[in-house]
Ligand binder design. Structure first.
Ligand code: CO
Length: 458
């Protein structure tokens, strides 16, 4: 069987290991080789890359995408899109979502992996629809989690729902790397029985389960997996591309990957890895195996956030209590998957409940909006007593939150007429207003400096 390999070095590996700080200039020299390696796709944009380009790297994210496309002409480019949230944390109106997708296609994006943190597919419908309209590839995504209400039937139903929506492929996203090999086998089997579409699996090496989970998934008929070139693989990143390629070929599968190209790619990234470690950008700790997530059933990133929060409030001795409170909060909220923004919401609330000595004495603004239904429908039932306590007689909305939002692209474009050069700038501004504005200003200043410099040179 042909197993499709997506290379994540430019996006998820970059994001998971070095907080997405890899500048374009660091990887520009390897793009043509990446294009020749035989990958199914190259995940290179979306997620935190957009924010990081503007905030830390002084790069225009759109220009980055276009420059990648200029050198990667054959391999499909892939991005991660958070449905109605695009790349941020709030819900945007439909016209903005459509405009963002359309512009991304125009700038070179081929495959849109689209997810919603609650698996409320009403929140990905518009993005999927626009992707298909633009003749690009829509990959519908299911966020994987375990709970008393999540079972194989539920996941199979989700797959069916995505298929009915018209997506081209389906991805199971195990953002925390907690999916075990047998779970993967059963899940892929169940999905394969319920849908005809190709199924992809995304996991991380955090807990060390990644590679074995992939192998069992493939045994169950999984069509594609996400890997990272070995020098930037493992730990919080993905399992290594070369390792999986080797193992899969040994098992009689084909991957279409070119071993020599993989060697060149790895040789290219090796010195960069050393550079990131010696500059302090990469903490060697994140490369190791971290099994606490299996014990506590919370993602590794969330665990370190909880510890940081408690330390900052001089209450680290409460960690055990907070870890016991976390699953209770998650249950009260209807078992949301612990992915951004739900992992933060649940964690902050668990800390607040423990530190106040009374549950839900203090409730964050985010939890309030969640209870109002503004993030979408919870997977399970939200504790009615909690809803009553926080919302009193206010009724939560049941319709899609974006239906309550007015179109805003044209309004914002008009407002920005002096600082935005084009629609791409407008979209950057809508995604990250203050950061984009600062970026535009500095870009302007750099341009002025360059002109002055050229004149002086003459
Ligand atoms: Co990931």
């Amino acid at each position: 069987m042909k197993i499709n390999i997506t290379e994540t070095v430019l996006r998820d590996a970059n994001q998971s290991l070095i907080a997405t700080r890899m500048p374009f200039s660091d990887f520009e020299g390897i793009l043509e080789t990446l294009d020749k390696a035989g990958y199914y796709s190259l995940e290179c944009w979306g997620g935190a890359t957009f924010d990081s380009c503007l905030r830390y790297l002084n790069e225009d994210p759109w220009e980055r995408l276009e420059k990648i496309k200029a050198k990667v002409k054959n391999t499909k480019l892939q991005m991660l899109l958070r449905g109605q949230n695009i790349l941020g944390y709030k819900h945007y109106p439909d016209d903005v979502v459509r405009k963002f997708v359309a512009q991304s296609v125009e700038s070179g994006m081929d495959i849109f992996r689209i997810f919603d943190a609650l698996n409320d597919f009403r929140n990905i419908e518009v993005a999927v629809d626009e992707t298909l309209k633009r003749k690009a590839h829509a990959q519908g995504c299911i966020c994987y989690t375990t709970s008393p209400i999540h079972n194989l039937e539920k996941y199979a139903r989700m797959g069916k729902q995505l298929e009915e929506m018209g997506v081209n492929t389906i991805c199971i996203k195990d953002m925390a790397g907690i999916m075990g090999p047998q779970e993967a086998y059963d899940l892929i089997k169940a999905l394969k029985e319920s849908v005809k579409l190709p199924i992809f699996l995304h996991t991380h090496s955090t807990t060390g389960l990644g590679p074995i989970t992939y192998i069992k998934a493939v045994e169950a008929g999984c069509d594609g997996i996400d890997c990272a070139i070995s020098s930037l693989s493992g730990g919080t990143s993905q399992p290594a591309t070369e390792t999986l390629d080797y193992a899969l070929r040994q098992m009689g599968h084909t991957t279409g990957l070119n071993e020599n190209a993989l060697k060149d790619i790895n040789d290219f990234f090796k010195p960069l890895k050393l550079k990131y470690i010696s500059s302090g950008l990469m903490d060697p700790f994140v490369m190791g195996t971290e099994t606490d997530a299996l014990v506590y059933q919370v993602p590794g990133g969330m665990l370190s956030n909880l510890i940081a929060q408690l330390k900052s409030q001089n209450a680290i001795e409460k960690l055990d209590e907070v870890l016991a409170e976390t699953p209770k909060v998650r249950k009260d909220l209807g078992y949301p998957p612990l992915v951004t923004p739900m992992s933060q919401m649940v964690g902050v609330q668990a800390v607040a409940n423990v530190l106040a000595g009374e549950r839900y004495k203090n409730v964050s603004k985010e939890v309030k909006s969640y209870l109002r239904g503004e993030y979408g429908q919870a997977p399970g039932e939200i504790d009615p007593a909690l809803v009553k306590k926080v919302l009193d007689d206010e009724k939560p909305i049941t319709r899609r939150f974006a239906d309550t939002l007015e179109p805003e692209f044209d309004k914002i474009k008009a407002k920005l007429k002096d600082i935005a050069k084009n629609d791409k700038d407008v979209l950057s501004y809508i995604a990250f207003p203050q950061i984009a504005e600062k970026f535009f200003k500095e870009r302007e200043e750099r341009a002025v400096t360059r002109v002055t410099y050229t004149i002086v040179q003459k």
